[in-house]
Design a protein around this ligand. Structure first.
Ligand code: ADP
Length: 489
């Protein structure tokens, strides 16, 4: 089985969120199942910094392939991830070699040529999935991820001998919708600009195109697969998704259990495991020290890591913060994003020194320290396709408080008498997206935290849960086989 995995970010090279982690861990798990999986990624400056000795394997600078006339010159370089997964790097200096992030400039403003940048990524994915592939290697399946590669299934309509496509939705809120004027620049024929095509409420939508043309759609948890077929969460795509539900599967994301392992985590000064939690206490002391919180081993510390966005319910934490710290507890934030939420978080830290602390920015070391050093993790997302942090936190013995939505429902089992007795409890779930509900779940957590014996059992239960990729990778492989008409060998 040969699979081209198309993505706009991958750990450890370039990451803005969970997509990067999935783009590294899922291919690695597929490789473990014998799949010949290769990744296609734009060649950002971060790639050149991270990888040496890149080989040129296809040069379109002199002679672009047919249909590429509207795009600036590009070529394909080859490298590899630390896991050994081959990386095809789409080198187009005019589009990708710039400061800032993969989607936005340094001020957080979307690059105006994003349709062209990710149109080119999609176009090259389709080229590699066609009879014209310049690589001497043609994938059985092209696996696209989120809107940035959503046009590949559309372009594949116009190539010879196209490979079938899987389109994975990591977050339906990011749709890549642009004015119809981008159609000619992207070289898409106008007859595809229709409801049965790339058109979406008068615009051209990358994600809609992918969902319409892909042979199979997946999303990152079974609950989210159902939610996105409803008006409340489908963001206009619910009709199409419900129509395609026979070809829509929710497959829960796993986590990289090597990178996120408290017993061997190189980001931590103190390793620990389920049977010896003394390292966790040492990490808590370190967390309090680094963040300028009062050094107190007994007080529960709530931790939050993630994009500071409405989606993540950060506003609800802010609204509830004073009541949380009066439980009493400490509160630590790591994140960046919405300027207003950043300001509000910093203001809290300013108003409650020693009890609330925040670091605004992206910091891999600190994210591991919070997962390890906090006692309770906060993840009150309004919606959550899958979410990774709640899985990391369970693995680190930091039970999460989560809102009952999407992948959070699929990965956290609420702590109650029954779930404690049958040893399945792994966190605290609240149903309504209100400050009082978050507070009540947080109070349940703090009450149990004071009951040392039961808290220790909860931590054991969390830490022994299996969040590995194996089962999910097998589910993807089955979909690939169905599409490629291949039997298990
Ligand atoms: P999303 O993809 O919606 O942002 P996920 O929970 O699926 O959310 O994944 C987020 C990933 O990004 C996790 O690996 C998390 O640890 C990481 N992350 C988010 N914000 C930060 C930050 N400020 N610093 C370090 N890591 C972060």
């Amino acid at each position: 089985m040969q699979v081209l995995f198309v993505t706009s970010e991958v750990t450890p090279i370039i990451k803005t969120g969970g997509l990067a982690d999935v783009s590294a861990a899922l291919p690695a798990a597929l490789m473990g199942l014998g799949v010949d999986v290769r990744i296609l990624l734009p060649c950002y400056p971060q790639v050149i910094k991270a990888l040496k000795d890149l080989q040129i394997i296809a040069d379109f600078f002199e002679k672009p392939p047919s249909g590429f006339d509207n795009f600036p010159p590009s070529r394909l370089l080859m490298g590899a991830l630390p896991s050994g997964i081959p990386l095809y790097l789409l080198d187009c200096p005019e589009m990708y070699l710039r400061g800032g992030g993969p989607y936005q400039d340094e001020y957080g403003v979307d690059w105006p040529d994003n349709p062209n940048r990710f149109g080119l990524l999609s176009k090259v994915a389709a080229l590699l999935g066609s009879a014209e592939s310049p690589l001497g290697w043609k994938p059985d399946v092209v696996h696209c991820n989120d809107w940035q590669s959503g046009l590949a299934p559309a372009y594949l309509q116009y190539v010879q001998d196209p490979s079938p496509c899987v389109m994975t939705i990591h977050n339906i809120a990011y749709q890549g919708s642009f004015p119809s004027s981008v159609m000619p620049e992207l070289g898409l024929p106008w007859d595809s600009f229709k409801p049965d095509g790339v058109e979406f409420f008068g615009k051209m939508s990358f994600l809609k195109a992918g969902l319409f043309y892909a042979a199979h759609i997946t999303t990152v948890s079974p609950t989210y697969a159902k939610e996105i077929q409803t008006e409340a969460q489908g963001l206009g795509l619910e009709g199409l998704l419900a129509h395609r539900k026979k070809h829509l599967t929710g497959i829960l994301n796993g986590i990289d259990t090597d990178a996120w392992n408290p017993a061997s985590d190189t980001h931590l000064a103190h390793a620990y495991c389920a049977t010896n939690l003394s390292g966790k206490a040492a990490n808590k002391a370190e967390l309090q020290r680094q963040f300028g919180l009062y050094q107190d081993a007994e007080i529960p510390v709530f931790g939050m890591v993630g994009r500071l966005a409405q989606q993540k319910g950060v506003d609800l934490i802010i609204e509830t913060a004073e009541k949380l710290i009066n439980l009493p507890a400490q509160l630590v934030f790591l994140g960046s994003g919405d300027a207003e939420l950043q300001r509000a978080v910093l203001l809290l830290a300013h108003n409650f020194p020693g009890r609330v602390a925040a670091y605004i920015g992206f910091d891999e070391d600190l994210s591991h320290l919070i997962e390890a050093g906090a006692d309770i993790f906060l993840m009150p997302s309004r919606y959550e396709p899958c979410g990774l942090n709640q899985m990391y936190s369970q693995r680190y013995g930091t039970p999460p408080v989560v809102h009952a939505t999407g992948g959070l429902i699929d990965t956290v089992i609420d702590c109650n008498t029954a779930s404690m007795q049958n040893s399945t409890a792994s966190g605290f779930v609240f149903k309504s997206m209100e400050s009082a509900s978050l507070l009540s779940a947080a109070k349940r957590a703090v009450t149990l935290y004071k009951d040392k014996q039961n808290w220790a059992s909860l931590l054991q239960q969390c830490m022994k849960k299996d969040f590995g990729w194996e089962q999910s990778a097998k589910a993807y492989l089955q979909i690939y086989r169905n599409l490629a008409g291949k039997k298990a060998s």
